[in-house]
Design a protein around this ligand. Structure first.
Ligand SMILES: Cc1cc2nc3c(=O)[nH]c(=O)nc-3n(C[C@H](O)[C@H](O)[C@H](O)COP(=O)(O)OP(=O)(O)OC[C@H]3O[C@@H](n4cnc5c(N)ncnc54)[C@H](O)[C@@H]3O)c2cc1C
Length: 307
């Protein structure tokens, strides 16, 4: 790994009422890492997981943060693309060795990435953005749609006390009694990472649009079922397609349950310079203004977003 460049970014959760967030005003250092691919595996239809060797990034990154990935040479594609942390992996001494991310093939970069192989060298810029707050609730319900499952392996492992992320500054002081993942995909061929999510203590519920496995219908029904049992002490974390996140936010609003969304707004720079990833956020006076998903997000409290 070599560091070509670095900068400090104020990871400012400067919006008021950010619930249980424990990162106010924290300064993190994103760096350019030249990383070797340690492994590529197909997780599901059109979906791969890639492990890259990047010890410093692995030691710093926290659940819900992301990095910008691009080839280490050439200029096409010119811009990196954002991918969320799936998980950190460790060396034989138990030290953070690298990160794994998952992706679905949709366009130019991800088609190229699907050809990547062990030993290839890539450029990784991160850690970036504000991830999910440290869970401080009785029941954490994660709701994932499609490849929106990627942040939730680290989220659920942290919530269950199976792993600690970041350099000692992020501690779960009040572990949820119940951790659930409601995971919806179009069809069972697109289910990615089910083996990884089969971890002790995780309540995993699956929905498919075509009924090929699990609940036949939208993942939002699984959330409604859970909230019909109890809403007390529940926090919801969600990532997936925009219509799904909007539906989840509306359910949580109706049920008065705190909800955070991780936006996947397309972005160009990843560090706040280009403003290509802005999203509308409600101001305290009821008006709205733009915030950059890359630095003020990608995780926002749902009630703060104009969806
Ligand atoms: C913070 C963040 C984290 C992300 N994490 C992951 C992840 O873990 N795994 C993963 O697979 N993807 C993730 N994404 C989305 C991923 O960045 C895009 O799929 C990727 O940039 C597509 O690049 P491409 O060159 O293959 O597609 P392009 O050639 O750039 O685009 C192909 C098509 O996909 C559309 N598209 C591109 N990006 C998006 C997007 N973000 N949302 C909706 N449509 C889009 C384009 O409009 C176009 O129609 C994340 C996005 C963000 C902002």
């Amino acid at each position: 790994m070599g560091e070509l460049d670095s900068f400090e970014t104020q990871q400012g959760r400067d919006m008021s009422d950010n619930g249980s967030c424990t990162l106010p005003g924290m300064v993190l250092c994103a760096k350019q890492h030249t990383a070797t691919i340690e492994g590529v595996r197909q997780m599901a239809q059109d979906t791969w997981a890639v492990r890259v060797s990047a010890p410093e990034l692995a030691a710093a990154v926290t659940p819900g943060q992301f990095f910008m990935i691009r080839p280490s040479t050439g200029s096409d594609p010119l811009l990196g693309r954002p991918f969320a942390l799936f998980d950190v992996y460790y060396d034989s001494q138990g030290q953070p060795a690298g990160v794994e991310f998952g992706f679905v093939k949709v366009g130019k970069m991800t088609s190229l990435m699907s050809q990547w192989a062990q030993g290839d060298v890539v450029s990784v810029w991160g850690p970036l953005g504000n991830g999910f707050p440290v869970p401080e609730c009785e029941h954490l319900i994660c709701v994932a749609g499609g490849i929106g499952q990627t942040p939730f392996l680290a989220v659920t492992r942290e919530a269950l006390g199976l792993n600690q992320y970041g350099s000692g500054n992020r501690t779960v002081t009040r572990r949820p009694e119940t951790v659930s993942l409601c995971y919806g995909v179009r069809s069972k061929n697109y289910l990615a990472g089910v083996d990884e999510f089969t971890i002790p203590g995780l309540d995993l519920q699956i929905a498919t649009d075509d009924g090929s496995v699990g609940h036949h219908g939208f993942v939002t029904q699984l959330l409604k079922n859970k909230l019909s049992l109890t809403k007390s002490g529940v926090h919801v974390y969600c990532c997936g397609p925009e219509p799904m996140m909007k539906a989840v936010a509306e359910i949580c609003r109706q049920e008065s349950v705190a909800c955070w969304l991780s936006l996947e707004t397309p972005m160009a720079c990843g560090f706040g310079a280009c403003f290509s990833c802005v999203t509308k956020v409600v101001e305290p006076d009821g008006t709205w203004d733009y915030r950059r998903t890359c630095v003020e997000g990608p995780v926002f409290k749902a009630e703060q977003l104009v969806l």
